[in-house]
Ligand binder design. Structure first.
Ligand SMILES: Nc1ncnc2c1ncn2[C@@H]1O[C@H](COP(=O)(O)O)[C@@H](OP(=O)(O)O)[C@H]1O
Ligand SMILES: [Mg+2]
Ligand SMILES: [Mg+2]
Ligand SMILES: [Mg+2]
Length: 333
């Protein structure tokens, strides 16, 4: 049996169920089901429910594994959290089997299983129940992102992308894919609607002038102006593809675009591991390379953040040196 086969299968089921909840919430989302967190970013009933679902699957299959999850239950507690809590309760139980049904209290506990601090040893999972919540709210791209980190290295990544066309050349065609990678075993895509996986890899682009780059929709998450200068330095003529979430990692890994730039807009922001862990192993397994703007590999061994890194550059291995050089020239590093 291949390494991590059971982990891979459980992660796929967990991400698939969580993705389906997100899809159904989007169709029925009402205003009082979204909150603004302390850092001014949004969170919805779907984020909480997706985290409860994934953590429940993980607890059942791997009771000894710790989890680093983006969300916690604080906003769902007490009188002020009652409306959201009840909604998250019914949504979550709606996808769990009869034997998995949870009380409100168990759901809050399931969400808070994601409170692990992380570190360099042992096994833990990193979960972003909805990456790109802003994309989710505007009907754009978002991703349910789950990764397994062992001794500080990302070994498995599974992402669900409910709104990404299965085939980029058919933008109006079927949507909803899973992207799956285990270190050393390649990168794969399968639709939500079938279990058939196909291998994916980067496009075979030999020069940056023929490349397409992608970046965040939010200029507050990645500098659009620096990216435009870097693109010009690389003689890129195609317009930037702006897309929310780690769907960017999925897009470059299957050759829809070639380069993903995440360029710091502030000196103080530190990237979170759940925003990059699953994308990191996917890109590597699809023939790509991921570093920060200094050319260092991302260090997932130091806790909940990527505090030793700044920004992200992901591209095919072939283009990475040229892209890094242009980034460093424009950012004067
Ligand atoms: N100032 C900042 N710089 C970079 N990333 C930021 C940021 N503020 C928030 N983010 C992160 O950007 C993620 C979305 O990335 P993108 O712009 O690629 O869609 C958010 O994930 P969530 O949506 O899970 O909260 C959040 O963690
Ligand atoms: Mg968030
Ligand atoms: Mg995120
Ligand atoms: Mg999130």
């Amino acid at each position: 049996m291949l390494a991590l086969a059971h982990e891979r299968a459980v992660a796929i089921q967990a991400v698939l169920q969580a993705s389906k909840v997100c899809q159904s919430v989007f169709q029925h989302l009402v205003a009082n089901e979204t909150l603004t967190k302390n850092d001014k970013s949004p969170v919805t009933v779907a984020d909480f429910s997706a985290q409860a679902i994934v953590n429940t699957y993980l607890e059942k299959a791997f009771p000894n594994d710790a989890i680093i999850g983006e969300e916690d239950s604080q906003d769902l507690r007490g009188d002020t959290g009652k409306v959201l809590r009840e909604k998250v309760h019914s949504l979550t139980n709606g996808v769990l089997s009869a034997s998995q049904q949870l009380s409100e209290d168990q759901i809050l506990k399931a969400i808070d299983r994601g409170n692990y601090a992380g570190g360099a040893t042992g096994r833990h999972w990193a979960l972003d129940p909805i990456d790109g919540t802003k994309g989710f709210l505007r009907g754009g791209q978002y991703a349910v992102c789950l990764a397994l980190i062992i001794d500080g290295v990302v070994e498995l990544g599974v992402m669900g992308t409910p709104n990404l066309p299965i085939d980029a050349s058919k933008p109006d065609g079927e949507r909803g894919s899973l992207f799956v990678a285990v270190r050393g075993q390649g990168a794969f895509q399968r639709p939500f609607s079938s279990e058939k996986e196909v291998p994916i890899h980067f496009a075979d682009v030999s020069s940056t002038k023929d490349a397409t780059f992608c970046e965040s929709v939010e200029a507050g998450h990645s500098s659009h102006s620096d990216a435009a200068q870097i693109a010009s330095e690389l003689e890129i003529t195609r317009p930037a593809v702006r897309m929310d979430s780690q769907a960017k990692y999925c897009s470059i890994s299957r050759g829809d675009a070639d380069i993903y730039l995440r360029l710091p807009v502030s000196d103080t922001y530190v990237e979170k591991i759940w925003d990059h862990a699953s994308g990191n192993v996917l890109v590597t397994e699809a023939g790509g390379k991921v570093t920060d703007i200094h050319g260092n590999l991302l260090d997932f061994s130091i806790g909940r953040t990527l505090a030793k890194n700044k920004g992200v550059i992901a591209s095919s291995s072939r283009l990475h040196d040229s892209v890094l050089k242009a980034v460093q020239k424009v950012l004067k590093l």
